[in-house]
Design a binder for this molecule. Structure first.
Ligand code: FPP
Length: 241
């Protein structure tokens, strides 16, 4: 288990819904895309902070399966931003020992973004300090359906006994196979919902909803949330000790 200077147990895995970019832009008199650009700077801060303090996995919801329905201008701006993030940050992630991984229906991304993503994942693959897991074109229901379809194919090929299907086995067919479930899920931007994010994995995750708009989210607030987590009692359905 990880211990930090406050003596509490650090979360191994933090997952974040980075919401509020559009409202931040409107409040500051900008178009929505500017909110995403400033939001990308918050991504840099959160990634560095998590790696520094010893978080093992950070999952960021960068683009949902539903976000494809946004106006074409905003979708292409988000894809451009993602591509420039990967171009700019791959070297730095590698230097910091951060391994990049991506979850979601990546086949829907255009070839340029996919190439950049594959290159970044390949070049950072040996990173052992932290895994940065980007959810892109990701939907929790899609992920669960894909895992169920994989298991069905294995059963019909005679490679798997249906009675052997357990939650543990099911987890190994998800995009997040091999990663621990999130300990905390943070959503910024004031909405209190999960929005199709990690539906299976969040079963026993501590939820934290912040009113702060993502571009304004700070290192101090992140550390405060981690401190709050360290004082929660997690019972996983059991009685207190
Ligand atoms: C939700 O805010 C945010 C998104 C759909 C995109 C998140 C993208 C980034 C933070 C920047 C790019 C990411 C990386 C990893 C470089 P919203 O647009 O729904 O905000 P609103 O609810 O205020 O309209």
């Amino acid at each position: 288990m990880n211990e930090n200077e406050t003596g509490g147990t650090l979360p191994r895995h933090i997952a974040i819904i980075m919401d509020g970019n559009g409202r931040w832009a409107k409040q500051h008199g900008h178009i929505r895309v500017k909110g995403h650009e400033v939001g990308a700077e918050t991504v840099d801060m959160v990634v560095s902070c998590c790696a520094e303090i010893g978080i093992e996995v950070l999952t960021l919801y960068a683009f949902s399966s539903e976000n494809w329905q946004r106006p074409a201008f905003e979708v292409s701006a988000l894809m451009r931003l993602l591509r420039s993030y990967l171009k700019r940050e791959t070297g730095r992630l590698k230097d910091k020992g951060i391994r990049l991984r991506a979850i979601g229906r990546l086949d829907r991304l255009d070839a340029g973004v996919r190439r950049e993503l594959e290159k970044a994942c390949r070049e950072t693959a040996s990173g052992s300090v932290m895994t940065l897991n980007l959810a892109i074109s990701y939907g929790g229901r899609d992920e669960i359906c894909d895992a169920a379809a994989t298991l069905c194919r294995e059963v019909s090929a005679g490679k798997l006994d249906p009675d052997a299907i357990s939650p543990e086995l099911f987890s190994t067919r998800l995009n997040t196979a091999g990663l621990p479930d999130p300990d905390i899920m943070i959503r910024t931007g004031g909405e209190c919902r999960i929005s199709n994010f990690l539906l299976w994995q969040l079963a026993y995750t501590e939820l934290y909803f912040s009113d702060t708009l993502w571009p304004d989210f700070s290192r101090e607030e992140l550390l405060h949330i981690i401190h709050d987590f360290q004082h929660r009692e997690r019972r996983f359905g059991r009685v207190p000790e």
